[in-house]
Design a protein around this ligand. Sequence first.
Ligand code: CAA
Length: 259
Amino acid sequence: MSYKHLILEKKDAVATIKIHRPEALNALNKDVLTELTVVVKELEKDTNVKAVILTGEGKAFIAGADIKQMKDMTMLEAKQFAEQGHQLLSMIEQSRLPYIAAVNGYALGGGCEVMMACDIILASAQAKIGQPETNLGIHPGFGGTQRLPRLVGITKAKELLLTGDPIDAHEALRIGLINKVVEPEKLLTEAEALAQKLTQKSGIQTSFIKALVNKGINIDLPSACSLEIASFSSCFATEDQKEGMSAFLEKRKPSFKEK
Ligand code: CAA
């Protein structure tokens, strides 16, 4: 399928989605959200793909939800828009695939929210990250009030949400919001190297680990630990477990078959 606002590239087992709406700093309108939903579903089914990079064209990763489109929304339209955003971000979070956000510039509002739904976040030293919605007379609608405190703690999350002030990539790293700061010209190369590394892992384990962390963080510890026990035991029904352990004992690299 061809996209109006996205560029999709595949190299080996890595897919790169670039949001391409530079005239509006890659702001998320309904069409962009729809295209992202379609591409995420497409990649989920593509068994040749084992890792995904999400990035933006130009000076922004995503400058937020589209303010022009939101300005005259009714309450019902705003609800449907927020639901559309939440659905997309849940799909990314619950995907079998590891998503790497390569944050090339502004990641504000909905952009910060998309970034937070990804599994590993690399940010250019030029990135500016934040939740400025309060300055528009609204609050985040794609999960910002929920994922931000889970990632950085309530104290810092409230500061960012209440002031609306953006932070730079180094501060984002310091508070645990992102994984690494990268020089702008090296961002995509680093993201690709990381993605290639992830494609060498067992995809079954990648999806198990994502599910355990994402589910476990939202429930009590004893229940979460029970989930881990059940999931751990099911690893032993896979060929990848036999291969991984045999390879270790035979002092060779494993060759996982996703079975
Ligand atoms: N929606 C729609 N259009 C946007 C946009 C957005 N979120 N962000 C930027 N644009 C547009 C601008 O209107 C401008 O278009 P025109 O040339 O037609 O005027 C174009 O992109 C370039 O933007 P600027 O001229 O403002 O660029 P700048 O370099 O001076 O500033 C910026 C960059 C600081 C990111 C500034 O554009 C900005 O503050 N953008 C809005 C950020 C924001 O408030 N995001 C939150 C949106 S609400 C949200 O996301 C809700 C939610 O949780 C679902």
